[in-house]
Design a binder for this molecule. Sequence first.
Ligand SMILES: *Cc1c(COP(=O)(O)O)cnc(C)c1O
Length: 399
Amino acid sequence: MKEKSKFSVDSKGFYGEYGGAFIPELLYPNVKELEENYLHIMKEEQFQKDFLALLKDYVGRPTPLYFAKRLSSKYGCKIYLKREDLNHTGAHKVNNTIGQILVAQKLGKKRIIAETGAGQHGVATATACALMGLECIVYMGEVDIARQAPNVARMKMLGAKVIAATSGSKTLKDATNEAIRDWINNPTDTYYIIGSVVGPHPYPDMVARFQSVISQEMKQQLLTQTGNELPSCIIACIGGGSNAAGAFYHFLDNEDVELVAVEASGKGIHSGESAATMVLGSDGIIHASKTKLMQTKDGQIIEPYSISAGLDYPGIGPLHAHLGESGRAKFVSATDDEALSAVRELCELEGIIPALESAHALAYLPKTSFNTNDTVVINLSGRGDKDLSTYINAFGYEQ
Ligand SMILES: *Cc1c(COP(=O)(O)O)cnc(C)c1O
């Protein structure tokens, strides 16, 4: 993407009519400090050197762009998987936490806080803090602590303190509320590492920039492997939208590249147990950002549901609300059952066990049709190790 694209955030922090920083006054100094500094910190030569060196030698980038031959022959097109599952800690989240921990250091912060849903962002933050020797506190919903036990253990092994959020649905939204509360109470020494393209400006833009390494690599890899840097279509799952933002970023201005965002529709879009924000949501403010969110007529947030803890969020990043409203990206959804079928299919056809979140992107394949010459890139955001107990239950592997 060019430095300024029609999908870049504007000077007030908006994408079209979405975004901004609707923060309580007490948070103003923290957000202002970050807003005034993030771009020039990120542009410093030394910062870029440090960031890229860690992505290469610590995270393991570039991640491969893998031609999935058997999946391709099943769906009659050329399917490539962008292997974010091969990153250190098992998902794309680490691209962003490594970037933000370097920003926190530049700002002289000593105490790091984060929210987490499935625990992937918590693990990636705890990892970055261990690497840099910084104190780490992770807020996590009580329900998620119970269903993501291995990731809770990982965070503790890495030296993080995990604090349970016990309000509301006791999931990601509630953990985010607790993290914001902590930040208000600790304005000077604490840096808040947000895990997706959500929250007040400048977070959505900063996180998208850190994750944009995904599409930057994709472009070069497509050119080398297919002779054309532009694919026909890119498919990514959407919770808050950071892996999708990273996978779409450098293709946003190439309108011939179809962008498909797959939300979680849980037990069915209209079942009352869903997280398909773009279909069910309306305009409002969540976590300091104007965007689409699932809410009642009175503005009460509707508790979301998905089998996948990483997609179980009632909002969506403001960039995606804009991409959806403007028609630049196509929003679709996949149910729990469709995602589970996609997990099985990828295991059987390609020998890869995907994360439940990523399986929602794969689940779009049977719902559409491509031409034989179409190049389709699916962003495989993470690996399935964390979801094994769900898979054991769903597929009946217990003895
Ligand atoms: C957290 C997570 C997601 C969802 O978050 P986004 O910000 O929408 O990318 C998707 N996949 C995996 C593997 C995750 O850990």
